[in-house]
Design a protein. Structure first.
Length: 147
């Protein structure tokens, strides 16, 4: 759920490099979503990464009646909030673009490593940030596998 669809679209296009796949308004029917009421008018925008069936995210905004959003935008992870983990070819570029847009950055780019499922060490540049509505993203750029 987003507060300002246009701002969110711009953020996902510029920071995450996504493109709009679908943009539609619809009226809720009974029982479809766990929020809102039948008859509410909403706008759904689905953005995609490079692949048509993976790497997609749906943004939903209530139009009529407007659904009031919390006044504070989250800047920490709590129970019930998702963490999105994404791969990037340019973690530093993601950081630079996000910072220029005034995004809340949790961690600037830095190198880190972990042992993968195959037992080999994977080396990354990683950074993390919150989108305009407080959804948390961990962005990782794979540098190499092995020591």
């Amino acid at each position: 759920m987003v507060r300002d669809m246009e701002r969110s679209i711009e953020w996902y296009q510029r920071v995450m490099g996504m493109t709009v796949w679908m943009d539609t308004e619809f009226v809720l029917s009974d029982g479809g979503l766990a929020a809102g009421n039948p008859g509410d008018k909403t706008r759904l925008v689905i953005l995609k990464c490079e692949h048509d069936t993976i790497g997609m995210i749906g943004l939903l905004q209530w139009l009529e009646p407007e659904m009031p959003a919390p006044t504070e935008i989250p800047t920490s992870i709590t129970f019930g909030n998702p963490t999105f983990v994404v791969a990037s070819d340019d973690a530093q570029g993601t950081y630079d673009t996000a910072k220029a847009l005034g995004t809340h950055i949790h961690k600037a780019p830095g190198e880190w490593s972990t042992t993968g499922q195959d037992g080999r060490t994977k080396h990354f540049i990683g950074m993390s940030l919150f989108d305009p509505d407080g959804y948390f993203f961990e962005v990782n750029q794979l540098l190499r596998i092995g020591d």
